[in-house]
Design a protein around this ligand. Structure first.
Ligand code: COA
Length: 189
């Protein structure tokens, strides 16, 4: 399997439809924690929907409109990073992430997201990488800060989730900013 080491026994690998059972088991371990602000657990409620969600990203990858990668820690799938939106002609994309709770607090998502942003900026010529996050989601906002992103603004009450309207903050990093970060954005913690 193609894999990029994230250190400390963690690896970043493609996450594909054939891994639906493994993905569902991971989602079941983290369903409540992952679903506090994002609907991913609802999109992967059972084996069929988990496989469909993975297939939707396989389709995006084939069309070059999105990407999905899993994070494995000591051989166990514990989370992932993705490009929900990837518009190569416009030079813009939106990254996202999740972890099951046992894998949080180790810097895995920060390191994994650096890998995919670096690829998007350096190999794919992306100019702007966005991060959309609920204003209540402090851990994810902290990831955006660690990545060197700036807060562009807030979409007030734009996201209705589980009966509550959330504010969505938009964070971003531009290619020249990314390249000027220590180690080109790839080496800081
Ligand atoms: C968002 C989410 C992935 C953040 O998880 P996280 O573990 O805090 O993020 P990281 O993997 O980057 O780890 C950072 C933490 O590890 C610590 N850490 C340890 N070693 C580290 C290292 N080498 N590099 C960076 N951070 C490190 C950091 O200090 C930080 O902990 P702190 O917040 O207590 O200070 C997690 O909260 C989550 O899955 N939430 C549910 C899904 C979700 O909301 N996704 C985001 C949608 S926008």
């Amino acid at each position: 399997m193609f894999a990029i080491s994230l250190g400390d026994g963690a690896e970043l690998r493609p996450l594909e439809p054939w891994q639906a059972e493994e993905f569902l088991a991971h989602m079941d371990r983290g369903r409540e924690y992952i679903g506090r602000y994002v609907g991913l657990p609802d999109a992967a409620a059972d084996l069929d929907s988990a496989r469909s969600w993975l297939q939707s990203y396989a389709d995006k990858a084939a069309a070059d409109t999105g990407r999905l990668y899993g994070i494995w820690l000591d051989g166990l799938l514990v989370g992932g990073v993705l490009f929900r939106v990837f518009n190569a002609s416009a030079g813009t994309c939106e990254a996202g992430c999740w972890l099951e709770p046992a894998a949080a607090g180790r810097g895995l998502v920060t390191r994994a997201t650096r890998v995919i942003i670096d690829w998007a900026v350096r190999e794919r010529g992306m100019h702007r990488v966005e991060w959309h996050v609920s204003s209540q989601n402090t851990p994810s906002i902290n990831v955006a800060k660690r990545l060197g992103m700036s807060r562009d603004g807030v979409l007030r009450e734009d996201f209705l989730y589980r009966g509550v309207r959330q504010d969505t903050e938009i964070w971003s990093v531009l290619a020249p900013e990314w390249r000027s970060l220590p180690a080109g954005g790839a080496g800081t913690s």
